[in-house]
Write a protein that binds this ligand. Sequence first.
Ligand SMILES: [Zn+2]
Length: 74
Amino acid sequence: MTDPTTPPSTSLPPCPTCGRPAVAAFRPFCSKRCADVDLGRWFSEQYRVPVRDEDTQIFEENDPRRVDPDDEVG
Ligand SMILES: [Zn+2]
């Protein structure tokens, strides 16, 4: 049984940080370092989570502190 397409000895997906074969102990990464790199990206907000416009609009419309300066002029 010889299959040249069979990966060396791992069925884990490649490391998302560097693309090397992942290690079970650090999966989905290949090493602690790559895991830290990915975590650092999150902290530096390179992975921006999209904000829902719905929530923002509702919050603005219900904001009691919202004052229209033109109202006092008259
Ligand atoms: Zn890696």
